[in-house]
Design a protein around this ligand. Structure first.
Ligand code: ADP
Ligand code: MG
Length: 317
């Protein structure tokens, strides 16, 4: 017998949490959450549609991971401490194997970041998952896109482009090694929550890379009313990327790939070294350019203007 809606919620989405600020979680008409004085609520939401944001045969735990990770990445980009999440779940049937895997992936990531699932909604329909994540930050220390100033140094964290390369592997079809590091980055990339925390009150501007570094940098520049110089030879190319793709493809993946949850941010030049030293060692930071007068992004290769097409990475090209 298929599970009914209420049994489904009880079985898969009612784990308690140890957070003392959850006054009331799953089970009532709404959750009651305690926001500490002096901190602002940071709210983000993102929807994943099957076939569009994840492949129909994606491992269910990777879908649970991804649905929360995209949201935690947005909170990280604001410098927030993630706290709570709400899950709106549309599924065609109560497929217990899929639901069990999905819940396992979601709770595993939630547990690593002390996030409590405090409510949601469950309906029958095509597989569509919306998570709303809530976090906390002192408003004066929140990271925004709009704070970059001329002279600031421009950074990106980690290894952008790997998730897009992993997605290409999956889209190509055929047998896939689940342990392929690029495939793992596509399915289970870790949002940079600790880095966001380390940057709050320090970085002049920040955002997470979701539509590709080049396009997202243009958004950061527009929000800040400045221009940026991007030094192409400084772009980080991971060893997994470099061993599997030609050099030009690597650059394109790094510039146009999204969804690795890397952070793009700017630091005041005189404080940059101290801030770099204070960030978690687990994630490398790469200085890739600087903020300058003007508008838009100017790409240089070894100091000479380079002709780079704007736009996000096109998986169908
Ligand atoms: P209501 O009809 O009052 O909106 P529901 O019957 O839809 O409440 O849900 C009952 C409880 O279960 C609520 O606390 C709701 O937040 C929670 N809930 C429903 N679906 C989910 C889900 N997918 N994940 C987490 N909590 C859920
Ligand atoms: Mg109700």
């Amino acid at each position: 017998m298929p599970l009914g809606e209420f049994d489904l919620i009880a079985r898969y989405f009612s784990r308690g949490s140890t957070r003392s600020d959850v006054l009331l979680g799953v089970g009532d008409d709404a959750a009651l959450l305690e926001v500490p004085a002096g901190r602002a609520l940071v709210a983000a939401t993102d929807t994943l549609v099957e076939g569009r944001h994840f492949l129909p045969d994606a491992p269910p735990d990777s879908v649970g991971h991804q649905a929360l990770a995209v949201n935690l990445s947005d909170l990280a980009a604001m410098g927030a401490d993630p706290a709570w999440a709400l899950l709106s779940l549309s599924v065609p049937e109560s497929d217990e194997e899929w639901l069990g895997g999905f819940a396992a992936g979601l709770y595993a990531l939630a547990g690593r970041h002390d996030v409590a699932l405090v409510g949601g909604d469950t309906v029958r329909g095509p597989r569509v998952i919306t998570i709303t994540a809530l976090g906390l930050v002192e408003p004066s220390r929140a990271l925004r896109r709009s704070g970059a100033r001329v002279g600031d140094l421009l950074y990106v964290s980690g290894w952008p482009g790997e998730a897009a390369a992993g997605l290409e592997v999956l889209r190509r079809g055929g047998p896939v090694a689940a342990a392929d590091p690029l495939v793992r980055r596509c399915r289970y990339a870790e949002p940079r929550v600790a880095l966001g925390r380390a940057l709050r009150g320090r970085a002049s501007a920040a955002m997470d890379v979701s539509d590709g570094l080049l396009g997202d940098l243009a958004k950061l520049c527009a929000a800040s009313g400045v221009g940026a110089r991007l030094d192409l030879e400084r772009l980080p190319v991971s060893s997994s990327l470099a061993t599997r793709h030609a050099r030009a493809d690597c650059e394109s993946l790094v510039l146009r790939g999204g969804d690795d949850y890397e952070l793009l941010f700017t630091l005041p030049a005189d404080a940059a070294a101290a801030i770099e030293a204070a960030t978690p060692a687990a994630v490398p930071l790469h200085r890739i350019g600087a903020i300058e007068e003007g508008r838009g992004v100017r790409c240089l290769r070894d100091g000479r203007p380079a002709d780079i097409e704007a736009g996000g990475y096109d998986h169908f090209a």
